[in-house]
Write a protein that binds this ligand. Structure first.
Ligand code: SF4
Ligand code: SF4
Length: 258
């Protein structure tokens, strides 16, 4: 889904205020259990792929080949993997099972948000403005007798803060490129795919291209980026966002050239 289509989709939904409560609960006893995990056009962010790769014990390249089709944002050329639904009746998500989501601990941000949609836009000073929308599908029975919560409580319950923080950084970079009026050249788009969606290859690229010798980075930060833990992957993605900003614009808010 491109950003315009995504914005149009959200604008057709019921907007809900930050302090406005909505009633919703979902558990395995609802009659519609798993109904929402099918026939989805589900874009994956770099952080979604990072978490799914860790959950599945796969590298980014194999994950994308097996579970996604790569599209790109039409106005900026940034990579945009879409999760493939299974090619069988009902087109279920590849991760849904009778007992529920098999990757629940590391499910994508959009799955965590549901039934809320979060619209984030970048202000002039790099500040993020959030709006919230209720996604109310006819088949979803979660609204029938749910617990009352405001959006912030729902997001806390779904542990989504880390997803939003990294996604907002990605959106900031995309917004900066959009403001230039020119999409990324093909070689930069390919580099972005490697840096953001194939962290193991990004680490190899760092070593091969001696990137740490070209930027101001201390030993602790260097070690954190190369560490193959969850925290290391998060540090690598954070570094990738700074590095790509430096490559595209010649300067970065978070990283300086040597
Ligand atoms: S990843 Fe999990 S929660 Fe998301 S659509 Fe697939 S099965 Fe459902
Ligand atoms: S359709 Fe709604 S209530 Fe049913 S499983 Fe999905 S989110 Fe839960």
């Amino acid at each position: 889904m491109d950003t315009n289509a995504s914005r149009e989709f959200l604008e057709n939904l019921l907007e809900i205020g930050r302090d406005e409560s909505f009633c919703f609960d979902c558990n395995s006893s609802v009659p519609c259990f798993n109904r929402c995990c099918a026939e989805l056009a589900l874009p994956l962010t770099p952080y979604d792929v990072l978490r799914l790769c860790r959950q599945l014990g796969m590298n980014g390249e194999d994950f994308l080949r097996r579970f996604a089709v790569m599209r790109s944002f039409p106005d900026t050329g940034f990579p945009l993997p879409m999760l493939n639904m299974l090619e069988c009746p009902g087109a279920p998500c590849p991760f849904v099972a009778p007992a529920g989501c098999m990757v629940y601990e590391d499910r994508p941000g959009a799955c965590r948000c549901y039934p809320l949609g979060r619209g984030a836009s970048m202000g002039t000073w790099g500040n993020v403005t959030e709006r919230f929308f209720l996604v109310r599908e006819d088949y979803c029975k979660g609204f029938d007798k749910g617990t009352a919560r405001v959006p912030a409580q729902w997001f806390d319950d779904q542990q989504i803060a880390v997803y939003n923080a990294v996604n907002d950084r990605y959106m900031r970079l995309i917004t900066m490129v959009r403001a230039t009026g020119k999409p990324l050249e093909a070689c930069l788009a390919a580099t972005a795919e490697l840096c953001f969606f194939q962290l193991d290859k990004f680490r190899e690229f760092i070593k091969k291209m001696r990137i740490f010798e070209r930027v101001k980075i201390d030993d602790a930060h260097n070690a954190a980026v190369m560490d193959e833990s969850l925290a290391g992957d998060e540090a690598a993605l954070d570094f990738a966002l700074d590095w790509m900003e430096l490559v595209i614009f010649g300067k970065s808010k978070g990283l300086e050239k040597n």
